[in-house]
Design a protein around this ligand. Structure first.
Ligand SMILES: [Zn+2]
Length: 346
């Protein structure tokens, strides 16, 4: 295995620690599939069939430089240390979605393993540095590189004084398109985005692929805090909007290659989580966990109530979902977010 030589940013050093932590242990048993997927070993020559997934993905992330899988004649799925994206190989150049932070070197190596063509365009899917933070590694020495983002993302980066390379082409928000050689890419921004205010689905319709980081982690229950959702309230509405688009492969930024079954799993999980939290809100008494005679502020009551509700809800869900990837570390926080939503919107 090659040593990671990316700049030692905070994120990269944390990720190196993660990698060391996981490789130090003996082989682990992979969590079962949430969608009863057929697993195959990754291949650069055999396209994945819709519904198939890459096998032993946790272990591969922990032990390999990167994982690369052919999705179609032109498009490949890449993952390194639990962050993923896709790239499209045209006739003259390569279109890369999301220059993932701390992973430029491996992305370039993966692309070079299937084509000699240069990277001529990159897309910022949304303004989160963990997904687009290595852009500089692609722009340096490549002044003609197209940097494409939605109007919403470009304006947001301006507003927040982003230090990342500036967008050179914007796509109309919430619905727009751009061309890359013969490929037409459609932007579908959400009316009320859950993850970030610039979250959207990027649809490569002729490839039947959608790229939408941080909504669904395929083959896993929702990640902690719904993968950093700034607004959980609209999460299910975003899943519904995504399900109305036509695609066979989903690139979720994390997790395995997704299929439509992953949306179904998420919607069932959310429905079960809402029911479990609702039941817990009826069972857990107000004032739990706080000695009212010992406090001089009302502040501790609400968080203590949410904590107890989340514990109760996680227990309810554990028999059905406990064996799935990361359930124990993610679901308590997600239950708190659901409780806040049910409390606020009645
Ligand atoms: Zn994000």
């Amino acid at each position: 295995m090659k040593k990671m030589t990316a700049p030692l940013t905070l994120a990269a050093s944390l990720l190196s620690l993660t990698l060391m932590g996981t490789t130090a242990h003996a082989a682990v048993t992979e969590a079962p599939s949430t969608v009863n997927a057929t697993y195959v070993a990754p291949s650069l020559t055999r396209a994945l069939k819709p519904g198939e997934k890459v096998d032993n993905l946790y272990t591969r992330n922990a032990t390999q430089d990167y994982v690369l899988q052919k999705l179609t004649d032109h498009t490949y799925w890449f993952q390194r240390q639990y962050y993923g994206t896709i790239f499209y190989v045209g006739d003259k150049g390569v279109l890369l979605f999301d220059p993932l932070q701390g992973r430029a070197e491996q992305i370039k190596a993966a692309i070079a393993s299937v084509t000699d063509l240069p990277i001529t365009a990159i897309v910022y899917s949304h303004d989160h540095a963990d997904h687009i933070g290595d852009a500089k590694a692609f722009t340096s020495g490549n002044s003609k590189l197209r940097i494409i983002a939605s109007e919403e993302t470009a304006e947001k980066m301006d507003f927040l004084n982003s230090s990342l390379p500036a967008v050179t082409e914007t796509v109309k928000w919430p619905d727009g398109t751009f061309k890359f050689e013969k490929l037409k890419v459609e932007l579908h921004g959400f009316d009320r985005p859950a993850h970030t205010d610039d979250a959207s689905a990027w649809l490569l319709s002729s490839e039947s692929i959608v790229h939408i980081p941080d909504l669904i982690n395929p083959d896993q229950p929702p990640f902690w805090a719904f993968a950093g959702s700034e607004n959980y309230v609209y999460f299910d509405a975003n899943l519904e909007a995504l399900s109305k688009l036509k695609w066979d492969y989903l690139s979720g930024g994390h997790g395995n290659v997704g299929s439509r079954a992953d949306i179904e799993f998420y919607r069932t999980f959310l429905s079960d989580l809402r029911a479990a939290v609702g039941k817990a809100m009826g069972e857990v008494p107000w004032g739990v966990g706080v000695d009212g005679s010992q406090v001089n502020a009302h502040t501790p009551f609400l968080p203590a109530w949410y904590e107890a509700i989340a514990e109760n809800a996680v227990e309810t869900l554990r028999p059905k979902y406990g064996q799935y990837y990361g359930f124990e570390s993610a679901t308590h926080e997600n239950a708190i977010m659901v409780a806040e939503t049910l409390f606020s919107y009645q």
